[in-house]
Design a protein around this ligand. Structure first.
Ligand code: GLA
Length: 398
């Protein structure tokens, strides 16, 4: 259940004996199209969703950050003076976002707060301690960026307490740095940037090279539905890093700075000297970049049919060329696509498990959600979780 402002304030008051000064909120996201393109300097088209991480906080007079997590029923505390720069190598002691502690909770939540504080301080920001209460309703390990939401909520809280201006792009980059160097996950910029800069009612076309963003409205009369397969797979990190390496290898062979700069024609000319798997990875990224720009055009025209067609193509490319889908994701996309109200569906996020996303007729969204969940359950035996989503604003102070 999403926690309300009143409830999180009450929990803060119970714990600390007075009301919080602020409540901050940072959303999770679903990516409509543009998958595995962000770390190739390419284009992505995510939207922030109405599921978020919330922090109620009040500044302290010292350098201690003391937070109680409602979801874990666990306190955490650190001093801003004790955040030591981690060794270059990712720290294996910190659990990746998909790790769970057996109750389905992500372990190591305090590390995301520490990492974000470390990253802000490394960038020269002067921070102040605070007391906080934390809660969230972004499903963990589902590919909806619960960790980026936590980092951006932490950044928004640290900025509020330290009286720093909120600059979404800078904060997203610092959140990404925390994830890369403190948490040890080598992600791109998409998740932090959409959580920091999302716009209600819109997806955001992000150029991951210039970091320019453009809000693009959802076609009139459509809804976005998130379809959680309820499957999670380990080893996502190693597979993700392997894909990144293959993309870098392809860019070197094509003699371009990043795959963003390559074309399908150039790839075809060089196909003979490439390892077949590297060739398939590059083909996905180059075509996905084109699809993402076409999808943004279709959205500007309000063309839901074309957007849906591009989403289908994206799924096939992720399944066959990038090889990051799974049986459960494929089954979910098939069930969704078979529904008469569906314009298009695809896996979303890093892949291997987690969620698919569908674009559907708004007036039939609830029917679609119910029928697709039932069809998926019959087909796979897994119990899915399905949400009709609203496109939300990025991180904010309430
Ligand atoms: C994860 C990463 C993102 C992006 C996607 C795949 O969500 O955090 O940076 O690479 O996978 O598109």
């Amino acid at each position: 259940m999403p926690i309300g402002q009143v409830e999180i304030s009450a929990q803060f008051a119970d714990r600390f004996g007075h009301l919080p000064n602020w409540i901050v909120r940072a959303p999770g996201r679903v990516n409509l199209i543009g998958e595995h393109t962000d770390y190739n300097d390419g284009f992505v088209l995510p939207m922030a969703i109405d599921r978020a991480v919330w922090i109620a906080l009040r500044p302290r007079n010292d350098r201690i950050v003391s937070v109680y997590s409602i979801d874990y029923d666990e306190p955490g505390e650190f001093s801003l003076d004790e955040l030591v720069t981690p060794a270059i190598k990712p720290r294996p002691s910190v659990a990746p976002p998909s790790a769970t502690d057996g109750r389905g909770f992500m372990s190591g939540w305090i590390e995301y707060l520490k990492g974000t504080a470390w990253s802000l301080q490394e960038a020269g920001h002067r921070l102040t301690g605070w007391d906080g209460v934390l809660a969230g309703d972004v499903p963990l390990g589902a590919g909806l960026s619960s960790s980026a939401a936590l980092e951006m909520a932490a950044a928004r809280a640290l900025a509020a307490a330290g009286e720093l201006p909120w600059k979404p792009v800078e904060m997203a980059k610092l959140g990404q740095r925390a994830e890369n160097q403190w948490v040890g996950v080598n992600c791109g910029i998409m998740d932090q940037l959409i959580s920091a800069a999302g716009r209600a009612g819109n997806a955001l076309l992000i150029d991951c090279r210039s970091l320019q963003t453009e809000p693009v409205p959802l076609p009139r009369g459509t809804s976005v539905v998130v379809l959680d397969t309820s499957t999670r797979r380990g080893l996502v990190n190693s597979a993700y890093n392997e894909r990144r390496r293959q993309c870098e290898q392809a860019a070197r062979l094509l003699d371009v700075h990043a795959l963003r700069d390559a074309t399908i024609e150039r790839l075809e000319q060089s196909a003979g000297k490439m390892d077949p798997a590297v060739l398939r990875r590059a083909r996905h990224v180059i075509a996905e970049n084109d699809r993402t720009l076409l999808a943004a055009d279709a959205m500007r025209r309000g063309d839901a049919v074309e957007l849906g067609r591009l989403m289908h193509q994206s799924h096939r490319s992720l399944r066959d060329d990038y090889e990051v889908s799974s049986d459960a994701l494929n089954a979910m996309v098939e069930c969704a696509s078979a529904h008469r109200s569906c314009f298009g569906a695809r896996m979303t996020g890093a892949g291997f498990g987690g969620c698919a996303v569908a674009l559907v007729r708004a007036e039939a969204a609830e029917d679609f959600a119910r029928d697709t969940a039932a069809a998926y359950q019959r087909k796979t035996g897994h119990s899915p979780a399905v949400y009709v989503c609203q496109a939300a604003d990025g991180a904010e102070l309430l």
